[in-house]
Structure formats: structure tokens, C-alpha cells
Ligand binder design. Structure first.
Ligand code: NG1
Ligand code: ZN
Length: 573
């Protein structure tokens, strides 16, 4: 090696050493802070938590240390991705006493799966092991600690959310990160802010006002195309805000709607308890209207969940019968609308609907056989649906519980835009292209969003001149039932085939198979919940009575074969 070259290598090595030295100094300074601050957010010894389907969720009293540590992790994730990361403090549809936290990745998606294990690792490190756990993540991910960190923080209306979100902010600060506290926002609003920030405003303005402006402008444009038979009465919608953040935000948004949508807001948090006897989860699982809402027969109502990332619709007919239009019906309405527009625009884009095993069998049958769209089934949990939807030009994904959105590939958005802007496009194609463009803009593509979904649904109904009864009549749901069974360790249940079959414990799937055979059009499956300490049982069949009987019999099989605790499940009737 010649001398000059050798010297330049040495220079490089020395620089590296200097760099390493300064990084170490940085790290030591940070660690002293972390050490000091973390003692103010101590972990109860031996408590074990797991970053589940929707982040951490538990009784709010057990979460302070986790919040602080998720602040640390968000700062690390931000340094690693050189982008803004979000942290949302909420326990969604769970009771007011609970709380939770989830991290949001740069494009507004859920945290990368490989980082979920770091989250669990940090949350479970005993107080004296926290620095070691932190260093471990830094080393594994080769994080440059001198890189700056930016974190957006938001919270729901739970009484515990203020101090818990402060703990997150403390965590970010302990690693020298910058944070922006959005205060009270819906979960999907925070996802939106993160995406806006990291796309330098291309997705929109990273403010709550910017969010209302973008969505409502698109909504008004869509509504301008309403069918001639659409009456003024049809502008009216009753919203159950679950006594949570969604109610506050709908109220805030109202002036942007220019009276094109007239909302009566119920369960706005002024008296009732969060998610108690109301909200999307209550309505879906109980299959009845929320308390605290007054709607005339035949009129549309909808319920949000506690952090406004889920929505379900419903009405009561003149015989007093309750009709639920869940995530499956919403996916069907939206995908039908999009498919019609694609045909009118003569755009060759592949559209698919992504569901989970909880999707009503009728919906899957209708989508595949009548609408002839591709249907994909994934495991429960939005991240699985989101990823599957990304595989298509247009991916409509919804969980039956009402969590869902639509994803457009970059290429699809470009094609739509080109067509809309091309002066040579004929009128019919142009109209369809403009409708598609505004549909893209009304949708929050980062995550399921009750407010955005509501605006899209309302626009579709108006454009198609469709009543909720006509929407409901697209297909008839099979009667279905969801139950929970307590077992000593829900992990004994292992599933396959997008959770539709149990591989353990031995004999359980065989037992389910033979029970299902007893009933017509029946289907049933069980899986351990990712958010509650229970096993969930789902059943559907030709009639409600047989569905309830099947759900009960399968619950008994779970209780007996998977280590049930407490009283044996009782029949529903
Ligand atoms: P678990 O508890 O894993 O079933 C529930 C919902 C999911 C998802 C998560 C996150 C059902 C049956 N399960 O998960 O779809 O929304 O909560 O909120 O609705
Ligand atoms: Zn939610």
C-alpha cells in the first residue's frame, strides 16, 4: 500500500474514532437523563406486558412506566427512520378505566412488526435493567444517537390520558427528542398528522384544521354530484360519539360541512361514561342500538368507538327491528361505488376487498359472486389487513367491527389524476375521474377513520340516491354471534389459515367441525384475543337460534379442552 493512501485510511479511522467518541459522549449524557427520569416512572416489579394487536392495553394504573418507555422507543424509532413518529394514548373501545398506547410509523402506518418486540422488551425490563435493554435496541438497530428525534403525541378523553401522555413526553425528552403535543385528537387524526409531516405537506397540512379542510372540501365536491332524487331529509345523520374524542372532533368539524351534512350528536361526553352502553363495539357485539340516542324509525344512525377509528351504521325499521350495517356492509358499499367509477372512467385498476374471519359469510359470498371482486382474508388486526390491501391498485379493507379504509397505490392515484386533468377526456370519464379524485381526498389512507369513513359513506349514499334500507338490502347477513371464554392461558390456542382453524389444543378443531356440521350454512372459529385476556368464539348459521346454540356449544368445547376458568359457559336462551 502506498504511504499517501495509507495515511488517508488512517485519517478516516481517526475520524471514525472521533465520531464514535462523540457518539459515546452523547449516549452517556442521554443515559444519565434516562436513568434519572425513569425513576420517576418506575415499573411495578414483575409486571409483564405485551405489545399486542393494538399496542399495550391495560388498566390505566399499570401503564405509567410503559408510557415513559414508549416515549424512549419512539425517540429511537425517529432517530432510526430520520422521520417523525407518532404516539397515541388511548384504549379505543375498552372501558374508561383502561388505557393504552400505540406507536405510529412515518407514513402513518402501525409500528413495524420487528419493533413490536423491542416495545415489549423495554416495557418489561425491570427498573435496574432498563438502560441495558435500551442499549440493546440501539446496538441491534445501529442507531446514531446524535441524530435528532421528533415525536407527535396525541391522547383520547380518558381521565388518565393526560398524565400518561405526559409520561410519553418525558420519555421523548429524556433522550433529547423534540415532541409536539397535539393534545386531544382521534387516533386517525394523529396518524394523519404524522404522514403529513413526513411527506412535507404533500398529504395535507399537519394540523387539525388542515385535516378538516382537506376532508370536508373533498366531501363537498362529492356531494355536488348528488342524485336528483336525493332529498334534504337525507342530509340528516345521527352520530353516537361513544362519549369520547370522536364527539368532540365531529363538533369541531361541523362548520366545515357547510350544512351539506346535518349531524345530531349523541353521547357527546357531557354526561355519559366512555364506551358504556354505547359506541361501535357495543352496537356491533350486542347487535342493538346504543343507549342515549333518539332516532326515528328508518333514519340513519352511526356509532364511533372511543378513539374514532371504527364506525358502524344502523337503523330501526317500522316494526322496531334493529338493522346493523357493519364493516362488511361498509366495504361492500365503498367497493361497489369504486368499481362503478372505474368502469365509467374506463380505468384498468385492480380492486380487492380485504376481510378477516369475522366477516359475515354473506358478505364474502356477495363480493365474490355478485360483485366479482377479489376477496382476501387475513388474520385479525389492522396491520395484517393494511399490508394485504397494499398489494392492489385499490385495496378496500374493513374489519367487521367497522375499522377500515381504502388504500390507493401511487400508480393508481397518478392514473386517476392524469385522466381528470387530461383535456381530451370525454365528459362521462372526466366526471368519474373527478369523483375518484375526491374520493381519494376524503379518505384517510393511513388507518381506519370513523370521521373520514362517515363522510365517504354519506357522499356515496347521496351520489347514488340510496337510502340506508337499499344499502342494507345489497345482501342479507347471516345471523352471527360473538362470545368470550375465560381460560387460564389463552396461548394454548394456536390457529392457522387466517385464524379460521385451531391447530392446538388437540381435539378442539375436530370438536368444532362436528358441531358446525349440525347446522345449516354454519361456520365457527375460535382465537385468542390480542387485546383482552379471553378466547373469542365466533359462530354464524342460517338462523339466530342455531347460531346461538352453536356459539354456546363451541364455547363449551373451548372451556373443556383449553383450560376454562370460572363457571361453565351458559346457554344464551
Ligand atoms: P382482539 O381482541 O384481538 O380480538 C380486537 C378486535 C380486532 C381489532 C383489535 C384492535 C374483534 C373480534 N377483534 O382484537 O378486530 O380491532 O381489537 O382494536 O373485533
Ligand atoms: Zn378504536
Amino acid at each position: 500500500m502506498n504511504v499517501a493512501l495509507h495515511n488517508s485510511y488512517r485519517d478516516e479511522e481517526e475520524k471514525e474514532e472521533v465520531n464514535l467518541e462523540s457518539r459515546k459522549v452523547h449516549m452517556m449524557a442521554h443515559f444519565q437523563d434516562v436513568s434519572k427520569q425513569s425513576s420517576l416512572h418506575p415499573k411495578p416489579a414483575e409486571l409483564v406486558s405485551q405489545y399486542g394487536t393494538a399496542g399495550f392495553r391495560a388498566n390505566a394504573k399499570l401503564l405509567d412506566h410503559i408510557m415513559f418507555r414508549m416515549g424512549l422507543l419512539a425517540a429511537l424509532r425517529s432517530k432510526k427512520t430520520k422521520a417523525t413518529i407518532g404516539v397515541m394514548v388511548t384504549a379505543s373501545h375498552n372501558p374508561e378505566e383502561d388505557n393504552g398506547v400505540k406507536l405510529i410509523d412515518p407514513m402513518g402506518e402501525m409500528l413495524l412488526q420487528t419493533w413490536e418486540s423491542y416495545a415489549t422488551q423495554l416495557a418489561n425490563a425491570e427498573q435496574e435493567d432498563l438502560l441495558t435493554a435500551l442499549k440493546d435496541v440501539i446496538e441491534k438497530e445501529a442507531i446514531n444517537m446524535s441524530q435528532e428525534a421528533n415525536v407527535f403525541v396525541g391522547k383520547d378523553t380518558r381521565s388518565s390520558s393526560s398524565s400518561l401522555s405526559q409520561a410519553v413526553l418525558d420519555g421523548v425528552a429524556a433522550l433529547g427528542g423534540h415532541s409536539k403535543d397535539y393534545g386531544l385528537v382521534t387516533t386517525p387524526q394523529l396518524h394523519y398528522m404524522v404522514r403529513c409531516q413526513n411527506t412535507q405537506g404533500k398529504y395535507g397540512e399537519a394540523t387539525v384544521e388542515g385535516y378538516y379542510k382537506k376532508l370536508c372540501q373533498a366531501f363537498i365536491q362529492l356531494i355536488n354530484n348528488k342524485a336528483s332524487n336525493c332529498t334534504d331529509d337525507q342530509k340528516h345523520l345521527s352520530v353516537d360519539g361513544a362519549n369520547g374524542i370522536g364527539a368532540l372532533k365531529v363538533h369541531e368539524m361541523e362548520s366545515h360541512l357547510k350544512k351539506e351534512l346535518l349531524i345530531s350528536l349523541f353521547n357527546d361526553g357531557s354526561k355519559g361514561k366512555l364506551n358504556h352502553q354505547c359506541g361501535a363495539d357495543f352496537v356491533k357485539v350486542q347487535q342493538k342500538p346504543p343507549t342515549g340516542i333518539e332516532i326515528n324509525p328508518g333514519e340513519r344512525g352511526c356509532s364511533f368507538d372511543g378513539d374514532a377509528d371504527r364506525i358502524v351504521y344502523y337503523y330501526t325499521d317500522s316494526d322496531g327491528r334493529f338493522h346493523l350495517l357493519d364493516g362488511d356492509k361498509i366495504a361492500t358499499l365503498i367497493s361497489t361505488f369504486l368499481k362503478e367509477l372505474l368502469t365509467q372512467a374506463s380505468l384498468d385498476l385492480k380492486i380487492a376487498v380485504v376481510q378477516t374471519a369475522y366477516a359475515n359469510g354473506s358478505s364474502t359470498h356477495y363480493l365474490e359472486n355478485t360483485m366479482k371482486v377479489t376477496v382476501v382474508c387475513t388474520k385479525t388486526g389492522v396491520k395484517h389487513l393494511h399490508h394485504a390491501a397494499q398489494e392492489f391498485d385499490i385495496g378496500v379493507y374493513f374489519e367487521a367491527n367497522g375499522h377500515g379504509t381504502v388504500l390507493f397505490s401511487e400508480a393508481a392515484e397518478e392514473k386517476i389524476q392524469q385522466l381528470a386533468e387530461n383535456p381530451g377526456t370525454d365528459d362521462e370519464r372526466k366526471r368519474a375521474a373527478l369523483l375518484l379524485q375526491n374520493t381519494v381526498n376524503v379518505i384517510n389512507q393511513t388507518v381506519g377513520d370513523a370521521i373520514s369513513d362517515m363522510l365517504l359513506i354519506e357522499a356515496i349514499l347521496a351520489i347514488k340516491g340510496m337510502t340506508i334500507q337499499q344499502w342494507d338490502a345489497m345482501y342479507t347477513d347471516l345471523p352471527n354471534r360473538q362470545l368470550k371464554v375465560k381460560v387460564s392461558d389463552r396461548r394454548v390456542i394456536d390457529t392457522t389459515d387466517a385464524e379460521r382453524r385451531a391447530v392446538s389444543p388437540a381435539g378442539l378443531q375436530e370438536a368444532i367441525d362436528s358441531l358446525v356440521k349440525k347446522y345449516k350454512q354454519a361456520r365457527s372459529f375460535v382465537r385468542p384475543s390480542g387485546t383482552e385476556d379471553v378466547v373469542r368464539v365466533y359462530a354464524e348459521a342460517e338462523a339466530q337460534e342455531s347460531t346461538d346454540a352453536l356459539a354456546h356449544e363451541v364455547s363449551l368445547a373451548v372451556y373443556r379442552l383449553a383450560g376454562g376458568v370460572g363457571d361453565e359457559p351458559k346457554p344464551l336462551h
